[in-house]
Design a protein around this ligand. Structure first.
Ligand SMILES: C[S@@+](CC[C@H](N)C(=O)[O-])C[C@H]1O[C@@H](n2cnc3c(N)ncnc32)[C@H](O)[C@@H]1O
Length: 404
């Protein structure tokens, strides 16, 4: 049974003595994974996002369209965008206002935006960032691909085909399946969520049944089982119930994972996190871990979803979510250049101050929703104050809490 203790001297399930406090182990892991190259890539990706947003600004002629104070909803209407595109435009304009300064916010509810000028043509700078990213190593240019995709399909997804990005994100757009697989697995800045989550979960897991929610293309299960394998512990899994709402993802991931780990007992299941888990045949009081990699934030009613997790967990069982967080509570993440084109991403919101913006939560928001759902021993891993000395905006965490 996982313990809440931070000082984990004798870890029987793992059959070894751990001499360091758990927080030290998380810090050592964070130092190993978020190294200097990683931090440099984060900066480059952020800069690339700003440049692409400036390109979109020029393409949409925003300098003229918002020469007078305008709300995002008014701008969405002026551009003939679908009405919920105001969320996308709000995020974009806040980011440009904070990081580039070509637009100014006018306080009030809703916020209004007024252009301060036009940016220079960003094409040369975009090429320079691509080159710098390539200089970091062969795998790093993949970190820019989803951003390019978002910029190239921005108008199409917000005006012509509003469900386009939702189909991609849930595996219903075969033509772009490879792009999405790369975006969730080959991009090292994204793959880190599965790697970090897998390594942390390996430490937290002491055997039993795991339910993975929103498992998608398999970043979570693959990295977790790889970590267990490294420690010769794969047989600690009594059962792995892999779930998603996309049958295409379920079939594809099942094929890949069953081939690599044929002895692990697995179940492949359609499960919608916006519906109660017990109603979807997850046995109540029986689950040791509910795991998710960038999936829990998709829940529309996140407290309701967490209460549902508590219901099916055995006493002492835990949730562990490897999550992209918002360090700045209303800060747009670079990947949201593409994700904000999806209706489910931009409309997943909580009617509470815990999630003032759609989808990703701020660390304090996570504490609040876990607490509201009645989960205890809440931990956010790694130590983010410490991380912020390495990275301007730490973004990859594992949030975990226990059911009693
Ligand atoms: C951002 S992806 C993360 C996928 C995977 N865990 C990874 O990290 O690569 C979110 C996943 O949640 C799934 N999803 C979307 N809405 C869902 C819902 N209502 N219930 C369960 N899963 C959902 C999508 O199909 C997708 O696979």
């Amino acid at each position: 049974m996982p313990t809440a203790s931070n000082w984990n001297l004798l870890d029987k399930g793992r059959g070894r003595v751990d001499l360091f406090p758990r927080t030290d182990r998380w810090s050592a892991l964070a130092d190993e994974l978020f190294d200097d190259t990683f931090c440099k890539a984060v900066e480059l990706q952020n800069h690339y996002c700003d440049l692409l947003l400036q390109r979109i600004w020029l393409e949409l002629d925003l300098g003229r369209r918002i020469s007078r104070a305008t709300t995002a909803a008014e701008l969405a209407s002026d551009l003939d965008f679908v009405s919920s595109a105001d969320v996308t435009l709000d995020a974009m304009l806040r980011r440009l206002s904070r990081r580039v300064g070509i637009v100014q916010t006018v306080p009030g509810v809703p916020l209004r935006y007024v252009a301060r000028g036009n940016p220079d043509d960003p094409e040369r700078a975009l090429t320079e960032v691509r080159d710098s990213m390539a200089d970091l190593g062969d795998q790093w240019p993949a970190a820019l691909e989803l951003l390019d995709f978002g910029a190239d399909h921005f108008v199409h997804a917000l005006r012509d085909d509003p469900e386009f990005m939702d189909r991609i994100l849930s595996g219903r757009e075969p033509q772009h399946a490879e792009m999405w697989h790369r975006a969730t697995n080959a991009d090292p800045l994204q793959d880190i969520h599965g790697i970090f989550g897998g390594r942390v979960l390996d430490e937290l897991f002491e055997g039993g049944t795991i339910v993975e929610i929103g498992g998608g293309t398999g970043n979570g299960i693959r990295n977790f089982l790889a970590s267990l394998e490294m420690h010769d512990r794969v047989d600690a899994v009594d059962k792995y119930i892999f779930t998603d709402i996309s049958n295409r993802f379920l079939i594809g991931t099942r094929k890949e994972i069953s081939k690599r780990w044929p002895t692990v007992p697995m179940d492949w299941k359609f499960l919608d996190i916006n519906e109660p888990m017990h109603a979807q045949k997850i046995p109540v009081g029986d689950i040791d871990i509910i795991y998710g990699v960038n999936a829990a934030h998709v829940a529309k009613d996140i407290v309701g979803f967490l209460r549902g997790c508590r219901e099916v967990l055995r006493p002492g069982g835990r949730v562990a979510f490897s999550e992209r967080i918002r360090w700045i509570p209303d800060g747009m993440a670079p990947r949201e250049l593409a994700l904000n084109l999806s209706i489910y991403h931009r409309t997943a919101a909580e009617r509470s101050t815990a999630r003032p913006l759609h989808c990703y939560l701020h660390p304090e928001g996570w504490r609040r929703v876990l607490n509201e759902a009645g989960l205890v021993d809440i931990e956010i891993i790694p130590d983010l104050d410490r991380m912020s000395a390495r990275m301007r905006e730490p973004y990859a965490v594992v949030v975990t809490a226990v059911a009693r």
